[in-house]
Design a protein around this ligand. Structure first.
Ligand code: ASP
Ligand code: MG
Length: 409
């Protein structure tokens, strides 16, 4: 008998029929003698519907009131699941985040969990109840409802697992685990049996939507055993997110390939090569709250250089305007150019630490296909390149193949 926290995402609770399927799964776990705390998301599409509805009342909705509103999606799912369980003869009780007392700060719409009270849940578990908790929400010091940011139910479930010292936190979703890359682009993509926290953090920050990045951070910090599985499939073991590379685990140099079309590139041409220039270019960008990802500055010749960086595509126009109107005249740059038809392709793997030549292998594979690399950035366990958007899928496919990701290690 073990205490397990399970989380069911929006598609898994998207209809009464699916909620009943979830209830059957929970009943089977109960029958095995496990204690269960179950975190639910809003039914799929519901959070978006609520957000749109709010905008009808106030163009830029009041953050506190918005949280009062969007937190209701989860409240509906939790009651429907409890009722379905009770209907099947399984004792169940549901609680909102505020009822449990999931304490958060007061950053409405993106609050952070500070502390979780476990007494009420523990008492119900001891009395044989399945405890169903609304994901994505908490309560601040003043008793106001807060929400944790899109995808926040993942973080709720990890936080509950940490607080209750659960044996495992299982995230049930519409895919059966974490893949080497998106199977829609590479049909040979494989499900990974395990992936390390660091790799999962990189993948989440590169735009993989499988887990909210904060939930991975949280799991790493509190050493929560975290697993991603499908709610539409029986008996799968999903992907286990591990703490260390241990002997028994798959030993691949590269674990996954991520890609996204979220960024745009800007280049300030003919910049005087002198101290303070990077600050003069990026200072105003930071002041305008625009996130910068990759940055490249060439070696200067004749006292001049070029300076490139990437921003989110949604900020492309604003960034170009600012550079042209404020920065270019101020520093005396020749021109500002840019484009948003780019894509970022990244390879991720802890094995990079112990092998040399990974970057050159990546660049050679791209070169053999005639794919031009526009920018490069690296971390200890990641190499990212910016390429023309039209070559993105090709780049992902050839990298998947050249690093043998289609074959089990
Ligand atoms: N319902 C919220 C969202 O759509 C939270 C979640 O599903 O994790 O972002
Ligand atoms: Mg999600």
């Amino acid at each position: 008998m073990a205490l397990i926290v399970q989380k069911y995402g929006g598609t898994s609770v998207g209809s009464i029929e699916r909620i009943k399927n979830v209830a059957c799964r929970i009943a089977r776990f109960r029958a095995l003698g496990h204690q269960l705390v179950v975190v639910v998301s809003a039914m799929s599409g519901e959070t978006n519907r609520l957000l749109a509805l709010a905008k009808g009342a106030q163009a830029d909705p009041n953050p506190r009131e918005l949280d009062v509103m969007v937190s209701t999606g989860e409240q509906v799912s939790m009651a429907l699941l409890s009722m379905s369980l009770i209907e099947m003869g399984v004792k169940a009780k549901s609680y909102t985040g505020a009822q449990v007392r999931i304490h958060t700060d007061n950053a409405y719409n993106k609050a952070r969990i500070l502390k979780v009270d476990t007494e009420r849940m523990q008492a119900d578990l001891d009395a044989g109840y399945v405890v169903v908790v609304a994901g994505f929400q908490g309560v601040d010091e003043t008793g106001s409802i807060t929400t944790l940011g899109r995808g926040g139910s993942d973080t709720t479930s990890v936080a509950l697992a940490a607080a209750l010292k659960a044996k495992e936190c299982q995230i049930y979703t519409d895919v059966d685990g974490v893949y080497t890359t998106d199977p829609r682009i590479v049909p040979e993509a494989r499900r990974l049996k395990t992936i390390t926290f660091e790799e999962m953090m990189e993948l989440a920050s590169l735009g993989s939507k499988v887990l909210q990045i904060r939930s991975v951070e949280f799991a790493g910090k509190y050493k929560v055993r975290l697993r991603v599985l499908s709610s539409f499939e029986e008996g799968g073991e999903g992907t286990l997110i591990t703490f260390e590379e241990d002997e028994n685990m798959e030993q691949a140099i590269i674990s996954g390939i991520a890609f996204n079309r979220d960024e745009a590139k800007v280049t300030v041409l003919g910049v005087p090569d002198r101290p303070g220039i990077a600050y003069q270019i990026l200072g105003p960008i930071a002041d305008a709250n625009i996130d910068v990802d990759m940055i490249i500055q060439n070696v200067g010749s004749d006292g001049m250089t070029d300076f490139s960086f990437t921003v989110h595509r949604n900020e492309f126009v604003r960034t170009m305007d600012m550079l042209k109107s404020q920065v270019q005249p101020h520093i005396g740059a020749r021109d500002v150019v840019g484009g948003d038809r780019i894509a970022k392709v990244s390879i991720v793997g802890v094995g990079m630490r112990s092998y040399v030549g990974i970057a050159s292998k990546m660049f050679r594979s791209l070169a053999e296909e005639g794919i031009n690399i526009q920018m490069i950035s690296t971390s200890e366990i990641r190499i990212s390149v910016i390429v023309d958007e039209k070559y993105m899928e090709l780049a992902v496919r050839i990298l998947h193949k050249s690093f043998d990701l289609d074959q089990a290690p």
